[in-house]
Design a protein. Structure first.
Length: 162
């Protein structure tokens, strides 16, 4: 059974989003081992300069890089706007291919509302984007968990995906 480690920057605060995430995590338990780690978001002023943002991303990226470097047989995905867009079926196929290639562990990284460091993007095996549209940062986690559940359901011949 594959293990999926979702690594996010920042905590979910809204109860309805926490509830939605918990529901998909529960459902995913039938298909994979799933863990969510919330890394602390770097503190920034209300109107940060580009340099302050760059430093914050670098600091958050260092924590992510430790996870990438600590697991050698792991497929790493960085969620970023410039990443590749996949359909639900293509995501299911990608997960299946990762498993067939002998990797039973997948890290998926969601950065802060300012994004994810270039170092992490370059270190990952894949850069994935959900859409060219902009979504609230907190909603991205719910959307990703739903798509992971859909992909695993497709691979397991479940009835969720129509």
């Amino acid at each position: 059974m594959m293990t999926v480690h979702l690594v996010t920057v920042g905590k979910l605060k809204e109860k309805y989003l926490v509830s939605a995430c918990n529901e998909y995590i529960k459902r995913l338990g039938a298909y994979c081992n799933i863990f969510v780690d919330e890394l602390p978001e770097s503190r920034l002023p209300d109107d940060p300069s580009p340099k302050q943002i760059e430093n914050a991303l670098a600091d958050e990226g260092k924590k992510m890089m430790k996870l990438i470097e600590s697991r050698k047989c792991c497929y790493n995905i960085a969620m970023c706007i410039e990443g590749k867009m996949l359909s639900s079926e293509e995501l299911a196929l990608k997960i299946k291919q990762v498993s067939i290639n002998g990797m039973s562990f997948m890290n998926i990284f969601i950065g802060s509302s300012f994004g994810i460091s270039e170092e992490v993007k370059k270190a990952c095996d894949m850069q994935l984007s959900m859409s060219p549209m902009t979504f609230p940062h907190q909603l991205a986690r719910v959307m990703l968990l739903e798509q992971l559940y859909r992909a695993f359901s497709i691979n397991g011949n479940g009835k969720y995906h129509k």
